[in-house]
Ligand binder design. Structure first.
Ligand SMILES: [Zn+2]
Length: 542
């Protein structure tokens, strides 16, 4: 049967005949305060013991009550519809309330629904303070791939365990055994279901990224073999060309001709993979509407600052790499940004169409969908949208086609906004957009103003302060307030001369001054001899 495993749903057929076993899971003794303190391995009746008990009681009572109340609220926002707008709207509202990202909001809604609907017995044990919330969250994650019917079977069994007294390892072990009973399909996605490609920029911002291809191993192995064979063939051809003096093929950076060495296999595999034409089975793929953008602060470009640049609006790249990219680029687009706010300098337009330049600028302002909490990247697939609708018949009345009145949205949220489910209103003075999410929630979002990096901002501010200080200093110099009189200058020279004289005298071994700092010295020491007066000046005033 190869790697094509039975999908999760089919496991349910098997269960028509058999049910998971009902094991009796009991603790050897009840979990009394005394037993808890013993398990915590702290001395009874100490401050530590009191703290452990306080944490335990707070979890059991206040924490459990808050958790249950929140889950009930979230569950009430759940809708059965699979991919509808209402579902998204509710998830957005939940994410707003939780102050989390949209994806997390969706997960919390689903979990709350599963908790209330499919795991009611365990959920009521959480409410009673008997099943810790952490355990319950683990239970939720464990049953996600089960059918509703299977979840209830799990719920019934786990709720019958003595969860208020067994220890945590026992719970996790027994739960795993119970879930395993439903088969591997219940625990893990099949290799086919896991097929995916992910791009992860390096978290160090070092200018590298990682492309991960996940899928059934036979398919990936075959790809690996094909790639390897291609790289070896190219390498052999390069080797032969170097030996015979023939034309060097596939010399990507000209290194082979320059160094007289064929490319290494790893570099060849990379070059072949990244330059491959993609097979889409005859489907036309439109040219990308936008270029790959690199935003480089001008001081970085000039080598005066190392503030990082961004690639496609979201991925930081090192200053050096940005300079190299800029050096190789055939053309630049200069974007003027306000140094303090990072806002663009721009001009409004009376036409509905968003100009190409405006669209390019917009995608730099909103590299991710402007809807609060949505983290869809809209650099290439998003849509430009008028915040206040453009009035096609009376252009002067509606919202203008200007950067201030435009933002970029992901396709789903653009559709929902057009349908009136999402309604943004931007405050002209503050630039803050107030979003009304259906009839459920309202949330404010500040417009992205991160074009100028914080480092660069500080750099510019410091330069400005220095400039102002220099101006002030110059003004004082010009006023002559700092000028010394000829007498003052001569006094200073004389002070210096006496200082050096004294220092030299007390440092000599015969005067003993420098030998021992605690030695009071010879009280009869007459001290250093006087200096010849210079130009008629006496000893300084000390
Ligand atoms: Zn969105």
């Amino acid at each position: 049967m190869g790697y094509d495993d039975a999908p999760a749903g089919r496991a349910a057929d098997r269960l028509a005949v058999a049910e998971p076993p009902r094991k009796t899971i009991r603790a050897r003794r009840p979990l009394t305060p005394q037993a808890l303190v013993e398990r915590a391995d702290v001395a009874p009746r100490t401050a530590e013991a009191a703290t452990v008990l306080r944490i335990y009681r707070r979890r059991r009572e206040e924490h459990a009550a808050l958790y249950v109340a929140e889950m009930r609220d979230l569950a009430s926002l759940w809708t059965e519809e699979d991919e509808g707008d209402e579902k998204t709207l509710h998830a957005l509202a939940a994410a707003t309330g939780l102050r989390t990202k949209l994806g997390r909001g969706e997960t919390r809604l689903r979990d709350a629904h599963v908790a209330v609907t499919d795991l009611p017995a365990c959920f009521s044990r959480v409410a009673a303070g008997e099943l810790p919330t952490d355990w319950f969250e683990w239970l939720l994650r464990s049953v996600l791939r089960l059918t509703s019917h299977q979840r209830r079977q799990v719920d019934e069994r786990v709720a019958a365990w003595q969860v208020d007294a067994i220890d945590v390892e026992r719970f996790y072990r027994e739960l795993r055994l119970l879930i395993d009973w439903f088969g591997r399909a219940a625990v893990q996605e099949t290799p086919r279901e896991q097929r995916a490609v992910h791009l992860t920029p390096s978290p160090d911002g070092d200018g590298t990224g990682c492309l991960t291809v996940v899928g059934p191993i036979p398919e990936l192995l075959a790809l690996g073999h094909r790639l390897d064979a291609a790289a070896r063939a190219v390498q052999d051809a390069q080797r032969r060309a170097l030996e015979t003096g023939g034309t060097i093929l596939y010399d990507v950076d000209g290194d082979v001709a320059r160094d007289g060495r064929h490319m290494p296999l790893s570099a060849l595999r990379y070059a072949i993979l990244t330059r491959s034409r993609l097979d889409t089975g005859g489907v036309e793929v439109p040219e990308p509407a936008f270029r790959l953008s690199v935003v480089v602060p001008v001081l970085t470009l000039l080598g005066r600052s190392n503030a990082p640049a961004t690639l496609d609006g979201t991925i930081p790249i090192p200053a050096r790499m940005a300079r190299e990219l800029a050096a190789k680029a055939p053309a630049f687009e200069r974007v003027l940004a306000d140094a303090a706010t990072g806002d663009y300098a721009h001009a409004a337009s009376k036409t509905y169409r968003v100009s190409r330049a405006m669209a390019e600028n917009l995608r730099l302002i909103d590299p991710v969908c402007a809807v609060p909490g949505c983290d869809c990247t809209v650099m290439s697939v998003g849509e430009s949208d008028h915040i206040e609708e453009f009035d096609l018949e009376h252009p002067a009345r509606g919202g203008p086609t200007a950067i201030e009145n435009l933002h970029r949205l992901c396709r789903r949220h653009h559709r929902m906004k057009t349908a009136g489910l999402l309604d943004p209103v931007r405050d002209e003075t503050t630039g803050v957009t107030r979003w009304r999410i259906g009839e459920i929630a309202v949330c404010d979002a500040r417009r992205d103003g991160d074009l100028v990096t914080r480092e660069l901002g500080q750099h510019l501010r410091r330069a400005w302060e220095q400039y102002e200080a220099d101006l002030e200093f110059e003004a004082i110099l010009h006023s002559g307030a700092l000028d010394e009189s000829p007498q003052e200058r001569l006094d200073a020279i004389e002070e210096q001369r006496w200082g050096e004289h004294l220092l030299e005298y007390w440092s000599r071994p015969d005067t003993g001054g420098a030998e021992d700092p605690d030695d009071p010295g010879d009280p009869d020491d007459p001290g250093p001899p006087g200096l010849d007066p210079r130009c008629g000046y006496g000893p300084p005033p000390f």
